[in-house]
Design a protein around this ligand. Structure first.
Ligand code: GZL
Length: 299
């Protein structure tokens, strides 16, 4: 599949690397920042012919996009899987087509031997542990409601495992999924405040659901960040603005701006160079932030 370049550049030496990228959706500020970073890095000037497809958070749309990339015989396929399972068949087809696969962001749980060349993303379990350690330190007696991301996604599974392992299940009064979106996060918290009125801390698997929680808490006549503390993961602009406004109490960053690392990995894959099996995108965490720091951030 590493053809000698698309027709127009045949033999001109400045061949473009054709890349099929299946993005899972546009569900959150994190995702749109990640998409912007990928599209800003995989440009024609940088040597790429990018086909970018958004799956609106539907696995069947991603599988269709991956099959289209095989039919197009692209040089490299990259994708961020919406959930961990259900990819065995299409990953086998990509292997049979001898198209190298680069996994981005979310993880897969597959029985396929050697399914991808490399994975670039964040350490989701560590993010959950970091959030849990802050809660244990700063709100040890909290009655916690856990607002889960898309059920079965690597980010939800691992963040939950990390967080719960630190705070202890006995301190978690209830859990529900907000599917990583603001609207579904708000709806889940409206229901949670009815079902678990003792809740005084919400751990949201991403900022966008935490922003939905703020709306639900205020609608219930309570003060977010005070009556009900909020701990989130991502560190997108709106999330850090909520931290500055005192409505979030702790934000663990999950950096979405790694399009340059994806571009670098794809060039190495195309050149047949050795690559590490995984590259962890570095995160930090915020208990507070100044307006200057917020204004200076990339996303
Ligand atoms: C994390 C990424 C998650 C973000 C959410 O790397 O997969 O998906 O935390 C996004 O905002 O929906």
């Amino acid at each position: 599949a590493c053809s000698s370049g698309s027709g127009s550049d045949e033999g001109s030496g400045d061949e473009l690397i054709s890349v099929g990228f299946s993005q899972l959706g546009a569900e959150s500020g994190w995702r749109t920042a990640n998409t912007e970073s990928v599209q800003a890095s995989l440009t024609e000037e940088a040597g790429f012919d990018l086909t970018f497809v958004d799956a609106q958070q539907k696995q069947e749309n991603q599988i269709k996009a991956l099959r289209d990339f095989i039919a197009q015989d692209v040089d490299v396929i990259a994708f961020s899987p919406v959930i961990e399972t259900g990819w065995d068949e299409v990953i086998e087809e990509i292997k049979d087509a001898e198209i190298p696969l680069v996994l981005v962001d979310r993880t897969v749980d597959t029985t396929v031997e050697d399914p991808y060349v490399t994975w670039i993303g964040a350490d989701f379990k560590q993010e959950g542990i970091t959030a849990g350690e802050w809660v244990k330190e700063n709100a040890p007696d909290a009655k916690i409601f856990e607002l889960q991301g898309t059920m079965g996604s690597g980010a939800q599974v691992d963040r939950e495992e990390g967080f719960d392992s630190v705070v202890g299940e006995e301190n978690i009064v209830g859990k529900a999924s907000g599917n990583f979106t603001r609207a579904e996060g708000k709806a889940a918290v409206e229901a949670a405040l009815q079902a678990y009125p003792e809740t005084n801390l919400i751990f949201a698997h991403n900022d966008d659901m935490g922003l939905g929680a703020i709306e639900a808490i205020e609608a219930a006549g309570k003060v977010p960040g005070v009556d009900i503390k909020i701990v989130t993961i991502d560190g997108v602009h709106d999330g850090l603005q909520a931290l500055l406004d005192g409505k979030f109490n702790y934000v663990v960053e999950c950096n979405p701006v790694f399009g340059d690392q994806i571009a670098d990995a794809i060039k190495k894959v195309y050149a047949g160079e050795e690559l590490p099996k995984e590259t962890i995108v570095v995160d930090q965490a915020f208990e507070s932030i100044t307006q200057e720091e917020l204004d200076a951030r990339l996303y």
